[in-house]
Design a protein. Structure first.
Ligand SMILES: NC(=O)c1ccc[n+]([C@@H]2O[C@H](COP(=O)([O-])OP(=O)(O)OC[C@H]3O[C@@H](n4cnc5c(N)ncnc54)[C@H](OP(=O)(O)O)[C@@H]3O)[C@@H](O)[C@H]2O)c1
Length: 265
């Protein structure tokens, strides 16, 4: 489906990003693997992409730094000349209650998660224009619209991502660039270990799976499939939307959840 395409997936050395990167390679795309702190897992992602017969370009860049963003896109242009898909997946954050937040944590989180979407999209656009258009998919989170424990700054950054997604969708449409976001439910990656309640409550994941209407938690592959669909011609009339991929978990009224298949409420 994506033969002769070039895809950038930020934060694709591990977690959901690595699965998205491998999925796009399995669909025939060359992939730019971006990482920040963990070169070893990024090299593994790149190696698995090469084994699928696709090119993998490994670029270390802190998405919170404007100079790094500029260098990332210059490197892509040098290697591939153009770009088709930009998956804005990298995220970081200071997970603390409201009263323990500091300006440094706000700036760090906002710059890596939200500012980077706008300014990386600016850089991606001329490269996509060279290929006649493209697609941008940003990875958001339920914390954009709901209150999660210790999540205030990440939640605010994800709300900003969803807003920027809508503006990009309208303003980049004349360049034939399709822009949307995906909001995953709970996915068991290392990211969850930053939450105290996940570390201390060993049954949390099982409970969450038990009350999810689809009967299980979301897996990275579920997200990768939807991201790929949003980059496909079949999705070209979906613009500026946030697609929730959570097995129906967010549909439930709090306190009235029941396990799938049970007959009483
Ligand atoms: N897991 C969930 O339940 C869940 C739910 C909703 C939304 N999401 C969203 O899904 C996306 C992926 O989450 P995940 O669970 O896979 O996270 P993760 O396992 O913590 O991985 C985070 C990724 O982001 C990269 N990253 C962090 N800071 C970076 C920076 N400054 N510059 C470039 N890359 C950076 C990391 O690279 P290095 O290791 O090289 O630093 C890593 O590849 C995020 O946007 C997250 O908010 C996750």
């Amino acid at each position: 489906m994506f033969e002769n395409k070039v895809t950038l997936v930020t934060g694709s050395g591990r977690g959901i990003g690595a699965t998205i990167a491998r999925h796009f390679a399995s669909l025939g795309s060359d992939v730019v693997v971006n990482y920040f702190r963990n070169p070893a897992s990024a090299r593994e992602t790149a190696e698995s992409i090469r084994k699928l017969g696709q090119k993998a370009l490994l670029v270390k860049a802190n998405m919170g730094e404007m100079e790094d963003i500029a260098r990332l896109f210059e490197t892509i242009e040098k290697e591939f000349q153009g770009l088709d898909f930009f998956i804005h997946n990298a995220a970081s954050g200071y997970n603390r209650p409201v009263m323990q937040q500091r300006v440094k944590g706000w700036d760090w989180t906002m710059n890596i998660n939200a500012r980077s979407l706008l300014f990386a999209a600016q850089r991606a656009t001329p490269l996509m224009v060279k290929h006649g258009g493209g697609a941008i998919v940003a990875i958001s989170s339920p914390g954009a619209g709901r209150v999660l424990p210790d999540y205030v700054v990440v939640g605010a950054s994800k709300a900003a991502i969803e807003s920027v997604t809508r503006y990009l969708a309208v303003e980049l449409a004349p360049q034939n660039i399709v822009v949307n976001a995906v909001s995953p439910g709970m996915v068991l990656t290392e990211a969850l270990q930053h939450f105290e309640m996940v570390r201390t409550d060993v049954h949390l994941a099982d409970r969450a799976a038990g009350i999810t209407p689809a009967g299980r938690l979301v897996e990275p592959g579920d997200i990768a499939e939807v991201v790929a669909f949003l980059c496909s011609p079949a999705a070209s009339m979906i613009r500026g939307q946030v697609i929730t991929v959570d097995g129906g978990a967010s549909l439930l009224a709090p306190g009235l959840e029941k396990s799938p298949g049970s007959s009483t409420i």
